[in-house]
Design a protein. Structure first.
Length: 446
C-alpha cells in the first residue's frame, strides 16, 4: 500500500505564511495549498538585483549578453524600435513588472476611481494580460473542489482557467432580472454557495463580456452589501473584479457606474480580499502587447501594507516559476503611453467612436420590426451586446449566417448570440441586423 509523503514547504514560504498569519490570518486561510507553498527565491534574480545596485566594477550575474555598456542587440530589430532605448527593450523585466509602470498604473487607478483615495491597496503587479492574471489568482487561491461563483453570462475562458485547469466547481446565477442586473439572485446564490464552505471565490466582470452591461450605482451598492453580509457571516471571500473593459461606459438607457467595484470592496471586511484585474489591453487598445495588472485590496486596512507585500512575494514566485516575466518592450510602450500628455484625449476620442457604434446598435436592434426574431439584452458599455434569438438554435444560426450570408457572430448559449459592435462601422450596423433577421426567418422556413 502506497502512502503519500507530506509536501515540503520551503523556509521562505514558511516565513511568508507566518507573517501573513500575524498580519491577516483570514488571508492565510484563503490561500490554496500551492499558494501556501509559494515564495520568491533568493536566487539569480535577487542576487542580480543587488549586483545592479552595488557592482560598480563588473556585473556578471544575469543571463543576457552585453556590449558597449548595454544589452547586445541586432540592428535588423532595433531599426524598427524608433525612440526606444535598447535597455528598455531587450533585458528581462523584473518579475512583478517595471517599477515605473507599476507606479503609473496605480496613479491611474486612483485618478479613475476616487473611492480608492482613502483605501489601502497594493502596487499593481504586471501580468501577461488578464488571462495570466486569472491563472495567478487560481494558483494562489483555488484548490480542487473550491466553488467559483459568477453570472451565467460569462466569458468561456473562465471555465478553462478555473474549472478545467484548477478543478474548481463553477456555480452560476441568472445575470438579468427585470431588465437589470440580478442583485437578489446574486445574493441568494452567494449564500447558497457558502453553505458548508469556509471559502468562496466570486468573479464579477463589468463591463461584462458577453453582454456589455455595467451595473448602476444602486446595483453596485447592492452587490457590495451582499458581499459584506456574507463576509460578516464568516465566509472567507476572494472577490475578483475583471475590469478588462473599464472606462468604456456609454450610459445607454440610464447612467451606469463609472468606478470599479474594487473601490468599494477594499478594506470592506477582514474576511474579504478584493483583487482587481485590468490592463492596457482594451483600455489603451493594445491587445497584442499582453500587458495587464493584478492589484490586491485586503480587508484589514491596518495591516494592508504588510499583507500586500507578502502576497506580492508569492505572486512574484508564481510568475517566476511560470513565465519568468512579462515582456520588457510591451511594458516600456505602455509606460511611455501613460506618461504622454495627450493620452487621455486620444482615449476619449476612441471611446466616443465606440459610443456612437453602441448607440446605433441599440437604436437598430431594438426596432419593433425585429421583435419577432430576438430580444435585446440590456447593454450600456464595453465591446459587446447580446440578443436572445427566438425559435432557432443559436449555433445553427451562427453557422447559417457564416455560410449563407458571410456574417460572423458568436453563439454563447443555445439561445444567445453575441455581437461585437466594437468592430462594426456605424454605417454597417443596420445591414448586419437585417442579415441576422433574414437568417432567422430562413431557418424558420427551412
Amino acid at each position: 500500500m502506497s502512502t503519500s509523503r507530506p509536501v515540503r514547504i520551503n523556509p521562505l514560504a514558511k516565513d511568508l505564511n507566518s507573517r501573513l498569519e500575524t498580519a491577516a490570518p483570514e488571508l492565510l486561510e484563503m490561500l490554496s495549498a500551492y499558494g501556501r507553498r509559494l515564495y520568491f527565491p533568493k536566487g539569480i534574480l535577487s542576487q542580480s538585483a543587488e549586483a545592479k545596485e552595488k557592482a560598480h566594477r563588473f556585473n556578471a550575474t544575469i543571463g543576457i549578453a552585453t556590449e558597449d555598456g548595454g544589452p547586445m542587440y541586432l540592428s535588423s530589430i532595433q531599426e524598427h524600435l524608433t525612440g526606444i532605448d535598447p535597455k528598455d527593450a531587450y533585458p528581462y523585466a523584473p518579475a512583478p513588472g517595471r517599477p515605473g509602470l507599476r507606479k503609473r498604473w496605480r496613479e491611474k487607478l486612483l485618478a479613475e476611481n476616487p473611492g480608492l483615495a482613502d483605501r489601502q491597496f497594493g502596487l499593481p503587479i504586471v501580468t501577461s494580460a488578464i488571462t495570466h492574471g486569472l491563472g495567478l489568482v487560481g494558483e494562489l487561491f483555488v484548490d480542487e473542489g473550491d466553488v467559483l461563483l459568477l453570472p451565467d453570462k460569462l466569458w468561456g475562458n473562465y471555465r478553462l482557467n478555473f474549472e478545467v485547469n484548477m478543478g474548481a466547481e463553477v456555480a452560476t446565477f441568472p445575470f438579468y432580472a427585470a431588465g437589470a442586473f440580478n442583485c437578489e439572485g446574486f445574493a441568494s446564490a452567494l449564500a447558497s454557495a457558502a453553505e458548508g464552505r469556509k471559502k468562496v471565490i466570486v468573479l464579477l466582470n463589468f463591463p461584462n463580456n458577453p453582454t456589455g452591461y455595467m451595473p448602476s450605482e444602486e446595483e453596485g451598492a447592492a452587490i457590495v452589501s451582499a458581499l459584506k453580509r456574507q463576509a460578516e457571516a464568516g465566509t472567507k471571500l476572494v472577490v475578483v473584479t475583471d475590469d478588462a473593459y473599464f472606462g468604456l461606459f456609454y450610459h445607454l438607457g440610464g447612467r451606469s457606474m463609472t468606478q470599479s467595484l474594487f473601490a468599494s470592496l477594499v478594506g470592506l471586511h477582514p474576511n474579504l480580499l478584493a483583487i482587481k484585474l485590468d490592463g492596457a489591453t482594451k483600455e489603451l487598445f493594445v491587445w497584442g502587447l499582453r500587458c495587464g495588472f493584478l492589484t490586491f485590496g485586503p480587508g484589514r486596512p491596518e495591516t494592508a501594507e504588510e499583507s500586500c507585500a507578502i502576497l506580492d512575494a508569492k505572486v512574484r514566485g508564481a510568475i517566476r516559476g511560470g513565465i519568468s516575466n512579462v515582456p520588457q518592450l510591451s511594458q516600456t510602450l505602455v509606460e511611455k503611453a501613460l506618461a504622454s500628455s495627450t493620452i487621455e484625449e486620444e482615449r476619449k476620442q476612441k471611446c466616443e467612436t465606440l459610443r456612437a457604434r453602441a448607440q446605433k446598435v441599440n437604436e437598430v436592434a431594438s426596432q419593433p420590426r425585429f421583435a419577432e426574431s430576438w430580444e435585446v439584452y440590456p447593454f450600456n458599455s464595453g465591446y459587446f451586446m447580446c440578443v436572445k434569438v427566438k425559435g432557432v438554435d443559436s449555433e445553427k444560426l451562427r453557422v447559417h449566417l457564416l455560410e449563407q450570408h458571410g456574417v460572423g457572430l458568436i453563439s454563447t448559449s443555445p439561445t444567445d448570440i453575441r455581437i461585437a459592435f466594437s468592430c462594426l462601422a456605424v454605417e454597417d450596423v443596420e445591414a448586419l441586423f437585417e442579415a441576422l433577421h433574414r437568417a432567422i426567418q430562413e431557418l424558420w422556413n427551412a
